[in-house]
Design a protein around this ligand. Structure first.
Ligand code: NDP
Length: 483
């Protein structure tokens, strides 16, 4: 049966008309103020929005003056760095933007709002997920003028079934290529740095397989703690918040075969194929770990116990640090563990993918060889390191570890600027395709069930530490049989 989420665009050859109006629902919310508007500001300041209108809407009883203030504040930083034309564009969008008080869950309200703005429109659902879902269910295809794009935030559903149901709703409204499921981690710099490194170098690509690679680790460890986001985070946790959404996408980029082109269809087909071959190794007590932070200090700041934070229900047993071992069961990667880990309130930021190569038989007589060759790709800042052993100065028999380093392409937009640019141009390359969003839930759901059933203990770690005792940076062994 055809998966509706993979149904190709209506007409892949016609260039989509650029968006005329960006309609932000949830304009008074945190995402809009902290991430969306600053990202948009930089895009406008660089002259990359071409006659765009901005409209804000939300349940809050704001007026247009207050909304314009919010937009102006968010644009201040980019205005300071923009040229005259950029500053003028920022000012003129800020002076024209309007705010509407709406309850998008009231029948007909969102449809009327969409009809009142200039088409084509991109509707950005910066709303609580359940509100977004309800609002979409109330829309009819005829409510959406030609070229409408729907932009959905994470989390995309709360399970495979709910993601599939949301996909059905969205696909009844617009074709797949007009649906943008935002993953702001999939910034262009991250994606193209990995692809460029892997597929433009004869040196590396022949080694990226189970003959030569021991393991691949993808870490996203933050020193940030809860930062007042209990309402969302306490229901999500590290596995849903980071691994299910972002780290599986990075894993797929590390594992895909070379796509024929950098178009959304070629790239996303390959990502989908890798994820369909992936699963968490089912001995969950050994292939997964979870932990929650207790009170501690980070950079001299006191961090309260997670369970004592306002809005947290300790009975949820929400993990703030999660690790899973995934197998990519295809010809290239069978037998290689992919270890994905993310956590909050850790003493050290570690945001990178590490490829550890298998050891080699070094000729007898060499000294000092004690670590395998490793390739490290850093995310924010974008960096590259190849750790190898070379003959050291002094004793010719002694090998020394050196790191060949390079700075990678750094993004010229903020992550949400890149997301919005894709939306405004109608390019879904950086958005998560529907079938892929469902598959990411399929991969983590058995782990969530095992954790809910208490099969894996919830460990503890002190905020500001490196994690629970025994959690080394790298796992000592894999669940997989050695090949
Ligand atoms: P907030 O709770 O801060 O904001 C939600 C906004 O939606 C508020 O403006 C709220 O208005 C409005 N709203 C709620 N119900 C309705 C309704 N019925 N009709 C119209 N407006 C309504 O949430 P966030 O901004 O933090 O998050 C928004 C989305 O972005 C969520 O899906 C979240 O998961 C996602 N996200 C958030 C990130 C972040 O850092 N904040 C990061 C990544 C994703 P009111 O205040 O009046 O209720």
């Amino acid at each position: 049966m055809t998966n509706p989420a993979t149904t190709p665009a209506t007409n892949p050859n016609s260039a989509p008309e650029p968006v005329r109006t960006l309609l932000i629902l949830g304009a008074s919310g945190d995402l809009t103020g902290r991430l969306l508007l600053p990202g948009l500001g930089k895009l406008i300041a660089q002259g990359r929005t071409h006659g765009l209108e901005l409209v804000g809407a939300g349940a809050d009883d704001w007026d247009t003056a207050r909304w314009r203030d919010r937009v102006g504040t968010a644009f201040t930083d980019c205005a300071g760095k923009a040229n005259d034309a950029g500053r003028q564009d920022l000012r003129s969008i800020q002076e024209r933007t309007e705010y509407h008080v709406v309850d998008v869950t009231a029948e007909g309200t969102l449809a009327r709002l969409i009809a009142s703005v200039e088409a084509p429109v991109a509707v950005f659902f910066a709303l609580p997920p359940a509100v977004s879902q309800k609002a979409c269910e109330l829309l009819e295809p005829q409510d959406l003028p030609e070229g409408t794009r729907l932009v959905l935030e994470k989390p995309f559903g709360t399970s495979r079934e709910s993601a599939a149901s949301l996909n059905r709703t969205l696909l009844s409204l617009v074709p797949e290529d007009r649906i943008h499921r935002v993953d702001h981690f999939l910034g262009k710099a991250t994606v193209f740095n990995i692809l460029g490194l892997r597929f433009a170098n004869r040196l590396l690509e022949p080694l990226m397989n189970n003959l030569h690679v021991e393991k691949v680790e993808i870490f996203y460890d933050e020193s940030l703690a809860l930062e007042g986001r209990a309402r969302y985070y306490d229901k999500a946790g590290a596995l849903r918040d980071m691994i299910q959404s972002h780290l599986l996408q990075i894993m797929a980029l590390m594992a895909i075969n070379a796509p024929a082109s950098l178009t959304e269809r070629d790239l996303r087909d390959h990502i989908g194929s890798v994820l369909r071959a992936s699963s968490v190794n089912p001995d969950y007590a050994r292939s997964t770990r979870r932990a929650r932070y207790t009170a501690g200090q980070i950079d001299g700041r006191d961090i309260p116990d997670y369970a004592a934070e306002a809005g947290v229900d300790p009975a949820h047993e929400t993990e703030t640090l999660a690790e899973i071992e995934v197998s990519v069961n295809n010809f290239r990667w069978a037998g290689v563990p992919f270890i994905l880990r993310s956590g909050k309130a850790l003493g050290r930021q570690q945001k990178e993918a590490i490829v550890t190569f298998k050891p080699v038989q070094v000729p007898a007589g060499f000294k000092g060889v004690d670590a395998p060759t490793r390739l490290r790709i850093g995310f924010g800042p974008e960096t590259l390191q190849l750790e190898i052993d070379v003959n050291a100065p002094g004793d010719i028999f002694t090998l020394d570890r050196v790191a060949l380093e390079a700075a990678m392409h750094a993004p010229d937009l903020l992550p949400y600027g890149e997301v919005l640019e894709g939306v405004l141009r109608g390019d879904p390359l950086l958005s998560v395709r529907g079938d892929i969003a469902e598959d990411c839930w399929r991969i983590v759901e058995p782990v969530l069930k095992a954790w809910a059933a208490g099969e894996v203990p919830l460990e503890e770690y002190r905020a500001g530490s490196r994690g629970p005792e025994g959690w080394e940076t790298s796992r000592p062994d894999s669940v997989l049989p050695r090949r």
